[in-house]
Each structure stands twice: as C-alpha cells, then as structure tokens.
Design a protein around this ligand. Sequence first.
Ligand code: SAH
Ligand code: SF4
Length: 394
Amino acid sequence: MDNDLANPPVMHAPVLHAPTLHRGASPDPRKNLVGLSREALIAEMADVGEAPFRARQLWHWIYHRGATDFAVMTTLSKGFRERLAASYVVRRPEVSRALASIDGTRKWLLRFPDGQEVETVHIPEEDRGTLCVSSQVGCTLTCKFCHTGTQRLVRNLEPAEIVGQVMVARDALGEWPSPAEDRQLTNIVLMGMGEPLYNYDAVATAMRIVMDGEGLSISKRKITLSTSGVVPAIARCGSELGVNLAISLHAVTDELRDVLVPLNKKYPIAELLAACRDYPGSSNARRITFEYVMLKGVNDSPAEARALVALLRGIPAKVNLIPFNPWPGAPYECSTREAIKQFSDIVFEAGYSSPVRTPRGQDIMAACGQLKSDSIKQRRSELLKSTEAAVAPS
Ligand code: SAH
Ligand code: SF4
C-alpha cells in the first residue's frame, strides 16, 4: 500500500486562547512504562534487579497485547507482577471526549495529568485507516493561516503522550493483540497539533516504539511526518527514522512564504528544497509530499501552479492541495472550487499527482483544534452535558 495523502484529515481549525481547566485527581506517583525505549526499559528492569528478557516480555504485553494491568501478564511470575504494580503503571492518556462521525471518522480529545489536551483523529478508508497524531500542545510557530499557531499554551509532548495516542486508538478500534493484517489503523501521519521537528527526540523515541516489529508494528513506510520546514532536522529524520516526509510549502516565493510560514525567514525555500533533494530514502516510489493550502487570491493562481511545478523539478514529489479550513477571525478564505481544480490540473498535467484533500468528519469537528476549542467553550459556560453521548463510541 502506498502512502498517498489524498484523504488524511484536514487539520488545524479554531483553538481558543484559554488554559485548559484541570479537574484531575492527585497524581499517581508510580512511573509509566509506556514511552520508554527498549533500551530504557531494559535499564529500568536492571534497576530493580531483573534480567533483560523481562523487558522483552513486558514489551510484548504492553505493545503487542495492549495490556494495561500487570495482573494479566501471565508469563510473568506472580511475585514479579506484584512488584511491578507497586512501582509502575502502564498508562494511557485520559480520553476527555470521544466522537464518531457518520462517515466513520473518529476523534479523541486526550487529557494529560497536567490538564493539557491534544487531539487525535482516525480516518478510515476503503483499504487503510490513518491516525493523525499530535506532537505538541499548541505550536511555537505562527503560520498565518493556522489556528494552532495562535495558541498561547505550548509544550512538547513526551514519548508516552505520543505513543499513547496510538494506543488509545487501538483500544477504541479493538486492535489488540496487534493484528498481522486487515488492520483498521494502518498509517500514521504526524499532522496534528505542533511542529514534530521541534520535538524531534520525543517524536523519534515514540516512532521507534511504534515501528518496533514486536509491538505496535507500524512500518516506517506507513508513517508520514509533516514539517513546516525545520531544515536542520530533516536529514536526521530521514537517516535515523526513515519515515515519509511531507513539507508544508504553501507558497512559491520567499516573499509570500515569509508571511504565511514565518519560519521561512530562517530557512528559505531554496534551502528547504535542497534538504528535500537530499532526503535519505526518497525515490519515485517514495515521494515527498508537498502540502499546499489553497488561499483565495493569495497563492492560488495558475501562474503559481506553474511556478510550483518548476520549483519541484528534480524532486520525487507529489502535491497535496488542502482547501483552507477557516476559523473565526482568520485572515484568509478558501479558494474557489474552480481555482482549486485549475491549480490541480496544471500540477497534474506536469506529471505530479495532485489530489485535493477531502474534509472528513465535519459533523464531529474533526478538523484539528475544533473539538478542543468547542470543549473549552463548553466548560467555560458550564455546559458540561453535551450531545456527544449520543454519537460517542462506547
Ligand atoms: N506543524 C506541521 C504539522 C502539523 S500541520 C506542519 O506545519 O507541517 C498539518 C498541515 O495542516 C500543514 O500542512 C499545515 O500547514 C496545514 N494547516 C494548518 N492550518 C490549516 C488550515 N486552517 N487549513 C488547512 N490546512 C491547514
Ligand atoms: Fe500550524 Fe504547523 Fe505552522 Fe505550527 S508549524 S503554526 S502547527 S501549520
């Protein structure tokens, strides 16, 4: 199966500037084993006097079987299970809201112990299912069309919080033990909230766990990392992780990209495209995806489509046109259907695949940020009883 991004979620819609209200109980002092690399898990077991093979057994229970309770880990002695339970937990993020769309899209708003929240979206398609994963709470970058970039609160997610998104989805989809085939969760896109290459270490640890063949076992060929263009981290991402790359290009001149994606002032288009030309592992069979948000009268002319094609010459590329997803107060509008079609045709005729991303799960506010925004609004006005119960999966 390829990694065509024709239908991943339309992400990034309204998120309010408001701290998340914390209603948590007192924190559990036990250490979470989720999110530790294999090496760290072995070291953790060594600390409590256990041999490395114990770590391997635990890995199997946690990531292949999906166990959350040491009591069910029957290949471990009872005494060891009890000792584990005294010091450790296998914890998922708390599901703060769960919604299911009539088109099958599912969305989870996840809350961490400090009260911060992110979103994860599952988009089923005929031959695959894609999970859109967040890498940060908010984003330090300030792309002008993106509402996540206007959020005040920003922090990096930890590996456990990134892997935890995949595990929550697996729980909800009933995909334990990790199925060898006919999975509903086949692909991962790091296209949720945040800039993954500004949280590289945690993302790398999390993706190594996700790719491990004795656990969640999602191949690097099915994982796509989207970046706004953090050039120095791109080569590492390719050589160390080998995942597919998506670039949020959105403009064909530095003048416009400086405005839309201000990181461009630091890493201009020529440097970004040079990093793409050198991206380890890219080929005609494994193309780099260039994301291009369609903004009416801003970047959507036929001349810009032709300039885009010229820029991409020599790069194994495909283009993903994203209709702009508006949010209150946004300074842009979405291009017309005709403009998008014309743009897409020019790119396609030049030999690049140029699918237009279809919005999914609009009835459950599946565009990233909307649910969180809505949730904050509800809490503010103390409308805690929502209609979601009617559509939420059990
Ligand atoms: N920070 C990373 C990954 C998350 S954004 C990045 O920027 O690539 C995932 C994609 O959604 C990016 O291409 C981003 O530019 C795009 N996006 C953000 N806000 C959007 C909006 N309001 N409408 C459509 N696409 C948007
Ligand atoms: Fe939004 Fe990505 Fe830009 Fe951050 S880098 S503001 S998440 S588009």
